[in-house]
Design a protein around this ligand. Structure first.
Ligand code: NDP
Length: 328
């Protein structure tokens, strides 16, 4: 029998948490043979709702779920953590300036980074979902100097999955036929979903579709603004699809990408593709044995270059802003 893996989820009582926890406990995060302990971190106002979620988790009688801890203390939540999903964040409210938003999130992700540094297991893997995800991940990473920087990642898998779904819709292909899509840059409206290296049933996607107007005025904005479109239609922000992408991100990180395919992850840049070293930016990556590598040698057209640079420029501004606030 395997030792349970400790999985910490912050913002556990929120709507993404509600869509996420049951899937972790059922074995979809790590594998159908991996037992888990759940550690739920909430702010004091969220503790009671988290207790309610824990009651429902009990009532599922999941064979793989070995324990649930509920706490408002980061040190307790991250103690021995092997995987941490940082979902809880301070949302932007009407009239809030970017500096206020970054400051508020620095107050969350700085202390969480420190707690991870002090208390997490040596093999800790962190995924930041709470927005602004890339910069929140950067704040946490810089506050955890003893943890290898590559263990801190930000989620762009939802954008990746949205791009795959749009390509399938456009071409009539099944999602399983679509490979090598890339999300570059920030998980924000400036992100660049790149289909120039993507394949649809083995054929180059951009050549197969051959419709620059669709690419520029339909595909790219549809993927980048999908979150707002869902709020408008559903009357609430996406939660199940965000939770699904978090599951996909960690599952792929731990279990590997398929041969002949890659995924998109926000990771600490090593300077590849001209992205300044140290920024947490989305890249095409392959994963194997719990490690990832940036896909190298892709040809970047002027069209792609301009869009990658714009999104990376936004990340540089966010980094400089949090540095100016003393958060990193
Ligand atoms: P959600 O569960 O809906 O969202 C949580 C975070 O995920 C937000 O920052 C949200 O960003 C982000 N997010 C990333 N991708 C997506 C996506 N595709 N769709 C929607 N959201 C996305 O928020 P709730 O308000 O329901 O729950 C948040 C919980 O976190 C609350 O229970 C709160 O008490 C808790 N919290 C816990 C903290 C802690 O543990 N220390 C700290 C702060 C909050 P965006 O706002 O941009 O949509």
């Amino acid at each position: 029998t395997r030792t349970p893996v400790n999985v910490t989820v912050t913002g556990a009582a929120g709507q993404i948490g509600y869509a996420l926890l049951f899937r972790i406990a059922s074995g979809q995060l790590l594998g159908a043979d991996v037992p888990v302990n759940l550690r739920l971190l909430e702010i004091p106002q969220g503790l009671k709702a988290a207790e309610g979620v824990a009651m429902e988790l009990d009532d599922c009688a999941f064979p793989l779920l070995r324990g649930i801890t509920i706490t408002d203390q980061a040190a307790t939540a991250f103690d021995g953590a092997n995987v941490a999903l940082l979902v809880g964040a301070r949302p932007r409210t009407a009239g809030m300036e970017r500096g206020d938003l970054l400051q508020a999130n620095g107050g969350i992700f700085g202390p969480q980074g420190k707690a991870i540094n002090e208390h997490a297991a040596d093999d800790i893997k962190v995924l930041v979902v709470g927005n602004p995800a890339n910069t929140n991940a950067l704040i946490a990473q810089r506050n955890a100097p003893d943890v290898p920087a590559e263990r801190f990642t930000a989620m762009t898998r939802l954008d990746h999955n949205r791009a795959v779904a749009q390509l399938a819709k456009k071409t009539g292909a099944t999602v399983g036929d679509i490979k090598k899509v890339t999300i570059w840059g920030n998980h924000s409206a400036t992100q660049y979903p790149d289909i120039f290296h993507a394949e649809i049933a083995g054929k180059n996607a951009a050549e197969l579709i051959n419709d620059q107007a669709w690419l520029e005025s339909d595909f790219i904005p549809t993927v980048a603004k999908r979150g707002a479109a869902i709020i408008e239609v559903r009357g609430a922000s996406s939660a199940a699809s965000a939770a699904n992408a978090a599951i996909d991100h960690v599952y792929t990180w731990v279990n590997g990408t398929a041969e002949g395919d890659w995924t998109s992850m926000g990771i600490v840049s090593d300077g590849s593709y001209g992205v300044p070293e140290g920024l947490i930016s989305s890249f095409p990556v392959t994963t194997k044995d719990g490690k990832f590598e940036i896909v190298q040698g892709l040809e970047i057209s002027d069209f792609s270059r301009a869009r990658i640079d714009a999104s990376v420029g936004e990340l540089v501004e966010e980094r400089d802003a949090v540095a100016g606030l003393g958060l990193i």
